[in-house]
Design a protein around this ligand. Structure first.
Ligand code: GLU
Length: 419
């Protein structure tokens, strides 16, 4: 019996099973690696603007504490539940371990559609969430960050709430803060930049010229919009983009800088153009060089995987590909190069780590330094994944996850089981 349930959690369990089999991990050792250390569920009451009281359910799952504090984002979305948060926390563990950060994985969230809240209500809910979490988090226990539906402002409210309770400013309690409140240069762009950087590496390896290459980006939030912009700036033609309100397609390439500006102003792509509108379901299957799923989990299922007509899948989102789709992509790996999520989108948590280090030291870096170090870590992890996949003749996801799981397992083995 477990409190965790739902399709996303099942997916994380299924994926881990594949890796545990691959690594021949004894069955009795598996739950120790897979099951989260702690799960916290809270009720967050707030006053609404109309004077009524509303209560929202919030969660935080801390997967393992073996390598250091836990680390991971906070998601505000209607779909959030404990199972999804647990799966995302588990993925954060493999991600941090793969790229060599001294963290376990965590994730949190509130089941709320933030677009239904006024700014004042969003602030009240953010502050209440952090206040309820104070006994369970800390700069050396669990460090939050943004995820879907949260942003720098929400992180600033988290940091302020925690600091007010401590009686001093504790910037290192969360990452992804505004630069004016202890954040680092380059954090907001870090995930999208990393996605584009690794995509460029793969295109180079495949000898596909950037100029004239085409890309499709699903999701136009912090990750998708920056990835699209970076690819555009590299000379790649971004022929389709989408967000939760719809999709746009232009074979000659979309004006990405204009779209980024539009979405920043209006909050979404809605109303940008009727002429360019296309069925959002279709964009992943368009013929192109690169597909970047940067929205939700489980958007590439078996059906979509069969129909992909690209050379590279760069997973900006967490868990965008189902295990059934993985089996198909594994068979198609000579045609389609997969940059798996725990590597592809890891630039975000890598720069979060830099932010935490800078806050702890109160010594801040130039943006060039942040980017140089981010790319260095991504390059190293990419090289290791490719070498491992080649050596063992395995799928990129299997190689990446195996390296993440191995590191956690190694640390647990050497530390031993207390008492
Ligand atoms: N939410 C992001 C992720 O899924 C960032 C986490 C972090 O920076 O701690 O990787």
């Amino acid at each position: 019996m477990t409190v965790y349930s739902g399709p996303v959690f099942e997916m994380a369990v299924n994926q881990f099973g594949v890796i545990a089999d691959h690594l021949s991990i004894p069955v009795d050792e598996r739950a120790r690696l897979l099951m989260p250390k702690r799960a916290i569920t809270i009720s967050c009451p707030i006053h609404r603007d109309d004077g009524t009281t509303a209560v929202f359910e919030g969660y935080r799952v801390q997967h393992h504490l073996t390598l250091g504090p836990t680390k991971g984002g906070t998601r505000f979305a209607a779909s959030v539940d404990l199972g999804e948060v647990a799966a995302l926390a588990i993925w954060m563990s493999w991600k941090c371990a793969l790229v060599g950060l001294p963290y376990g994985g965590a994730k949190g969230g509130i089941g709320v559609d933030p677009s239904t809240l006024s700014k004042h209500e969003l602030e009240a809910l953010s502050r209440r969430y952090m206040q309820e979490m104070i006994p369970f988090v800390g700069p050396h226990t669990d460090v939050m960050a943004p995820d879907m539906g949260t942003n720098e402002q929400v992180m600033a409210w988290f940091m302020d709430t925690y600091s007010m309770y401590q009686g001093r400013t504790v910037t290192e309690i969360v990452t992804g803060k505004p630069v004016t409140a202890g954040g680092t240069l380059g954090r907001r762009e870090a995930t999208g930049r990393g996605v584009a950087y690794l995509t460029r590496r793969v295109l180079n390896d495949l000898q596909i010229a950037l100029n004239g290459a085409t890309a499709v980006v699903q999701g136009f939030g912090n990750v998708g919009s920056i990835a699209a912009l970076e690819l555009h700036n590299m000379g790649v033609k971004v022929i389709a983009v989408s967000d939760h309100t719809g999709a746009l397609h232009r074979a000659a390439g979309l004006d990405i800088p204009a779209l980024v500006e539009y979405a920043a102003l209006r909050g979404s792509l809605m109303g940008y153009s009727n002429e360019l509108a296309i069925d959002p379901q279709e964009i992943l299957m368009l013929a192109c060089d690169v597909v970047v799923p940067a929205a939700m989990e489980r958007v590439i299922d078996a059906k979509v995987a069969e129909k992909l007509r690209c050379r590279v899948v760069a997973e900006g989102a967490n868990g965008p590909t189902t295990p059934e789709a993985d089996l198909i992509l594994e068979k198609r790996q000579d045609e389609i190069f997969l940059i798996p999520d725990i590597l592809c989108n890891s630039g975000g948590v890598v720069v979060s780590y830099f932010e935490w280090v800078q806050d702890l030291q109160q010594l801040f870096w130039e943006e060039e330094e942040v980017m140089r170090r981010e790319y260095q870590i991504l390059d190293r992890a990419f090289d290791r994944m490719v070498a491992r996949a080649k050596r063992d003749k395995i799928f990129n996801r299997t190689a990446a996850m195996a390296m993440g799981v191995e590191r956690v397992r190694g640390a647990k083995d050497t530390r031993g089981l207390f008492p």
